[in-house]
Structure formats: structure tokens, C-alpha cells
Design a protein around this ligand. Structure first.
Ligand code: KG4
Ligand code: ZN
Length: 362
């Protein structure tokens, strides 16, 4: 693969402790300056499953209970001590405010007491860095599709820290749609993996579900050319489930409903990503966020990209929320001297850093 041409590799390799508590994963990682993961613990809170979704107050309390032991275990794996950590990185937003505050307060207190810099990280930018932890070639330029439980973003990264926004969801996030449809089908939370497993037994052509905001006659420059909408697809799926229930045939049709829904969601995500690939003439694509673990999504985008394209996706463990991607993003921010002050706070709606709307010639 050769040398990874990042500016941040030229500085003395620091040891970063990355903390992630934005939703329902409590995670900590020790990452070295070359991106090597020395210790990494991801604790997924299973207490939400019975509620069919994340309960914010319970998530915050569970982070508080677990964070110390998650960090201790990551340090133990790394063979290093907290004293050797040269900077603390923490997800400052976006996410659930109570959950974020646990990680931010913890990192702030420890950074202050150790006299080390504190680096606040944007959760979705961290997802952008995840594939580079495993593949040194996963560097910009690339078209990135970031798909999680809270966000759906299509962007172009010309370089690290140089992002232009192409499109985003106007209502539900892609992961949210998977989770809601899973609930309709009585599947467990999180819904994405459950839908994927059920869909693999079904026929995706059995039901034709709508592809919101995807029409053949759209042109580059149209306001909805790159945007997404998933709430209509969720409603159409809910109506289909209602009809089948009425007919008494839902039980034997569930896998076909899951497959048809997944097919519609993947078709929209893949089509819009490929539009960007064609328009920007950039055949390098990065997928990030929890939904990027979806096999059908990876397969479809890989197939449409073809042999001359490159697709970067983290392994499922690094696609989900984790501390290693937070530390990796911090290595970049640190290389630019961007450290936070101790009055930094969690922000549930933190804007994506260095993101500009795409300018196009008039
Ligand atoms: O990035 P992530 O771990 O947390 C957030 O930042 O939200 O993403 C979680 C989302 C959930 O909606 C979950 O259902 C979805 O990612 N997800 C999947 C798959 N694995 C996780 N969606 C579709 N297929 C999957 N295999
Ligand atoms: Zn995430």
C-alpha cells in the first residue's frame, strides 16, 4: 500500500485516548500516532432492547456507570497507563445531550487533572475516519456516504478537513428507517442487523416500495438531486404491513417485506452516491456510520462502482460507534494544532466541521 500521505503522520506520534458516549455505546480506545489501535473496548448497552429504541436518560446513566471500567480495560489491553496519554479526544456532538455530557465531563476532568490537551470531535467526522484505521488508502479525495441512526449525509472530501455537502436527509435518517421498520415487523433493536438477516431470506422484488426523492428526470443542480427522504418509505412499509396483517398473511410475508424495504432504501442510497461519483468524476467512495455495515448496501455500491472504482468501508466493529475513530479524528485535529479549551461543552446539534455547501458554477 506504500506510505499514507497524511500531513498528520509527520508529527511525533502521540498516544490518544478516544472516548465515545454519544448514543448507546460506551467506548474507549488508545490509538497511537500512526493510527495503530493499542486497546479498544466497545460496550453496547443492551438495556434499551426491551423499549425498542434508545431511552436517553437510561443511556446517560449507563455511560456514567460503565465509563471508568471501559477506559480501564482499554488501558489494560494497551499495556499503557493513563499518565502516558498525551491527549484526550471525546465526541462532543451531535448525539443525545445527557449521553454526550457524560463523556465530555469525564474527558474534561481527566485532561485537566493530567494537564493534557482536550480535543472535541464531531461524531460524524469520526465515522469518516473509521475506515482509515484499517486501510491506509482510505484517504481523501472521496465521495462519502455517512449513514447512521441520526444522520444521512452525502459529501465530497477533497482532503481531511475540506468537506463539501452534497445532500442530506430531509426527515428520518437511514438507520432510523431500518429501526422503525424493524419495530413494525416485531424485530429486536437495533433494527438494521435484524432487517438485514430477515431480508436475506426474502424476495426483494415481491413488493415494490417507493424510492423517495429518486426520479429519473432529476438533474444535477436540482435541490433534491442529492437529498434523501425516508419517512415516506417507512409509511409505505407500515401501510403494506397493515394490509398484510388484515389479510392474515403477515407472518409468512415478513421476510419479503424486509427484503423489499431494504432494497428500496439501498437503491436510493446507492443511486445518489453514484450520481456524485459520476458528476464529480471521483471513483473513490467511502461508507461510514452504523448502516455501512449493511451487506446489501456495500454489495450494491461496490457493484455499481465497478472494477475501476474503490470502496472503503470499515469492518462492522469499526462501523458502529467506537472510541478508536474518535481518537483517529483527533490525530488529524491535533496535527493542525486544533485543541479545545476547557470550557468546551457537549452540543447535541454540533455542526460538521469544515463543511461548506457545494458551490456550483451558475
Ligand atoms: O453509527 P451508529 O452505530 O450510531 C449512530 O451514530 O446512530 O448507527 C446505528 C444505526 C442503527 O440505526 C442501526 O439499526 C444501523 O445503524 N445499523 C444497520 C446495520 N447495522 C447497524 N442498518 C442496516 N444494516 C445493518 N447491518
Ligand atoms: Zn454513529
Amino acid at each position: 500500500m506504500g506510505d499514507a500521505p497524511t500531513a498528520d503522520r509527520s508529527v511525533k506520534p502521540p498516544l490518544i485516548l478516544g472516548i465515545e458516549t454519544s448514543c448507546d455505546e460506551t467506548s474507549a480506545a488508545l490509538v497511537e500516532g500512526d493510527g495503530r489501535i493499542l486497546g479498544h473496548v466497545i460496550h453496547s448497552q443492551d438495556l434499551h432492547a426491551v423499549y425498542g429504541g434508545v431511552v436517553p436518560e437510561l443511556a446517560a446513566r449507563a455511560h456514567l456507570r460503565r465509563l471508568d471500567e471501559v477506559v480501564d480495560e482499554a488501558l489494560r489491553q494497551s499495556g499503557r497507563t493513563l499518565d502516558e496519554v498525551e491527549a484526550l479526544a471525546v465526541t462532543a456532538g451531535p448525539g443525545l445531550i445527557g449521553a454526550l455530557l457524560v463523556g465530555v465531563s469525564w474527558a474534561k476532568a481527566v485532561a485537566y487533572s493530567l494537564g493534557r490537551p482536550l480535543i472535541p470531535i464531531h461524531h460524524m467526522e469520526a465515522h469518516l475516519f473509521a475506515p482509515s484505521l484499517e486501510d491506509p488508502d482510505a484517504e481523501p479525495p472521496f465521495v462519502a456516504l455517512l449513514v447512521s441512526g441520526g444522520h444521512t449525509l452525502l459529501l465530497h472530501a477533497a482532503a481531511w478537513g475540506e468537506y463539501s455537502l452534497l445532500g442530506q436527509t430531509r426527515d428520518d435518517a437511514a438507520g432510523e428507517a431500518f429501526d422503525k421498520v424493524a419495530k413494525l415487523l416485531d424485530l429486536s433493536y437495533p433494527g438494521g442487523p435484524a432487517i438485514q438477516a430477515l431480508a436475506e431470506m426474502g424476495d426483494p422484488d415481491k413488493y415494490r416500495l417507493p424510492r423517495p426523492m429518486l426520479r429519473r428526470n432529476q438533474k444535477a443542480g436540482d435541490p433534491d438531486f442529492y437529498d434523501f427522504s425516508f419517512s415516506g418509505l417507512k409509511t409505505a412499509t407500515a401501510n403494506l404491513v397493515g394490509d398484510l396483517e388484515e389479510k392474515g398473511s403477515l407472518e409468512e410475508e415478513r421476510q419479503h417485506v424486509a427484503a423489499s424495504f431494504q432494497d428500496a432504501a439501498v437503491d436510493v442510497l446507492a443511486s445518489k452516491t453514484l450520481r456524485a461519483v459520476e458528476e464529480l468524476r471521483c471513483r473513490r467512495v467511502l461508507l461510514g456510520g452504523g448502516v455501512s455495515a449493511n451487506r446489501r448496501l456495500k454489495g450494491e455500491i461496490g457493484m455499481r462502482l465497478g472494477q475501476d472504482g474503490q470502496l472503503f468501508v470499515a469492518s462492522p466493529r469499526l462501523s458502529m460507534d467506537n472510541g478508536a475513530m474518535v481518537a483517529r479524528a483527533a490525530l488529524f485535529r491535533l496535527s493542525r494544532g486544533e485543541v479545545g479549551s476547557f470550557d468546551v461543552s457537549a452540543d447535541a446539534n454540533l455542526p460538521f466541521p469544515n463543511m461548506v455547501p457545494r458551490s456550483r458554477p451558475a
